[in-house]
Design a protein around this ligand. Structure first.
Ligand code: BTN
Length: 418
């Protein structure tokens, strides 16, 4: 290991300004997987627990069963089977799948099944009314509109888009789905044809959730928040370099407005509490270097994670329920999702106008490692020691070693306590 003065070449690690703005990656219930583990066994992450096979599919029928059970009461297999029109054997099979997705079920002979911690499943109506309460304008239900195309561009080639004025605060177009591969992948797939400015998708369950640095990100069905928000900017990648940090500030504001105090930031995009990760942000970008750009902001938060799963995860993780502590009112995921979307749309609108500057001081204030000694792990395997001096106007981390300063751009770098 060396401090950054020991490096012969420039200390500035430049990130390629291409898609994604930050490479994807992560974790089952934030089981933060490294590629080697996943390669060794695609169903097992860097955890003693092998809980979330990538092939696992919580089917729509599985979700309707879970919704029947979400009252926390016992339901007999017979009753459940009759309600969803399946055999008892199929009900039992679907409920076993739900358990592998992180839900705890109690089975009692003669009484049936009960969800031990009954989740408050996401409910589009509840999220929409909270969004209106938080001052957000909603778009009509249904798919977001098709993009306007030039008349001579009937095959939708890139560059054939008619220039459309970008609204600073678009109406929010909300979709809630039980299951999808990844909310961010879905918005990126739609972007060439549809206008995703203001499109928000939240999912109970992602089968191929992605995190930073090529990791996977999985979550507990009913116990996490996984959503993405699409946005368009006039500007290009250079201007947007600090956007993912600004999003971190927006997420913290949303948590605090919902009564969740004490979550901090870890450069570049982790949401942490007492050094334990409670969530992450993935910002991906498409467009020309000079703009315009289409951005997909993906946010994953651990809301309530079963204790035994936390213990079995190699990377230290926590959840928002532990942040607020026992005795606090239960976190309402529908209201929290609405608050996050409201706060992030305000954040993105401010960023489009003023860039990272209005967020820089607050980001540093919220950074759990501000002024602290840290170790940066670089993509070439080298580690660099220094004290965190802050972030610059483009969101690069500034490390200090005595009077010397060096800047590091996010990309493939990760930060550790020294
Ligand atoms: C990280 O690695 O810390 C970032 C995690 C981002 C996960 C979110 S969950 C919603 C959205 N969809 C994805 O596939 N990833 C992001």
């Amino acid at each position: 290991m060396r401090n950054f003065l020991g490096r012969r070449r420039s200390n500035v690690v430049r990130r390629q300004e291409t898609t994604p703005l930050q490479p994807a990656g992560t974790a089952p219930i934030s089981v933060h997987a490294d590629k080697t583990d996943a390669e060794r066994d695609p169903f097992c992450y860097s955890s003693r627990l092998c809980c979330c096979p990538r092939t696992l599919v919580l089917t729509p029928l599985g979700f309707s069963l879970l919704r029947q059970l979400s009252d926390g009461a016992f339901h007999s297999g017979e009753d459940l089977a009759a309600r969803v029109g399946l055999t008892r054997a199929r009900v039992s099979q679907l409920l076993r799948q739900a358990e592998t997705a992180g839900l705890s079920l109690e089975r009692v002979r003669g009484r049936g099944y009960r969800l031990v911690a009954a989740p408050d499943f996401l409910d589009g109506g509840a999220v929409r009314s909270a969004l209106v309460e938080y001052g957000v304008t909603l778009a009509a239900n249904g798919l977001s509109p098709l993009k306007a195309q030039n008349a001579d561009d009937d095959i939708g080639l890139p560059g054939g888009e008619a220039p459309v004025e970008i609204q600073s605060k678009p109406a929010i177009h909300l979709e809630i789905v039980d299951q999808i591969d990844s909310t961010s992948s879905e918005l990126l797939r739609r972007a060439p044809r549809r206008d995703i400015h203001g499109a928000a998708i939240a999912a109970e369950w992602q089968t191929a959730g992605r995190g930073r640095r090529g990791r996977t990100w999985n979550a507990v069905a009913g116990g996490s928040l996984t959503f993405s928000l699409g946005w368009r900017f006039e500007q290009g990648a250079g201007f947007l370099a600090g956007l993912s940090l600004a999003v971190g500030v927006g997420v913290i504001h949303a948590l605090e407005k919902e009564g969740i105090q004490g979550v901090g930031l870890k450069w570049p995009n982790d949401l942490i509490h007492r050094h334990l990760k409670v969530g992450g942000i993935l910002v991906e970008l498409n467009g020309d270097a000079l703009g315009p750009s289409t951005v997909v902001v993906g946010v994953g938060l651990n809301v309530r994670m079963p204790r035994e799963l936390k213990r079995d995860i190699a990377q230290p993780v926590s959840d928002l329920a532990s942040v607020v502590g026992r005795g606090a009112p239960a976190i309402d995921r529908n209201r929290l999702l609405a608050r996050l979307i409201a706060e992030l749309s305000a954040t993105l609108a401010t960023y489009a106008h003023d860039g990272f500057a209005p967020f820089a001081a607050e980001w540093q204030h919220r950074h759990a490692y501000q002024g602290k000694p840290v170790r940066l792990l670089l993509p070439d395997g080298a580690a660099v020691l220094g004290k965190v001096a802050g972030v610059d106007a483009s969101g690069a981390l500034v490390l200090a070693d005595g009077p010397r300063r060096a800047r590091f751009l996010a990309g493939e770098i990760s930060l550790r306590r020294a």
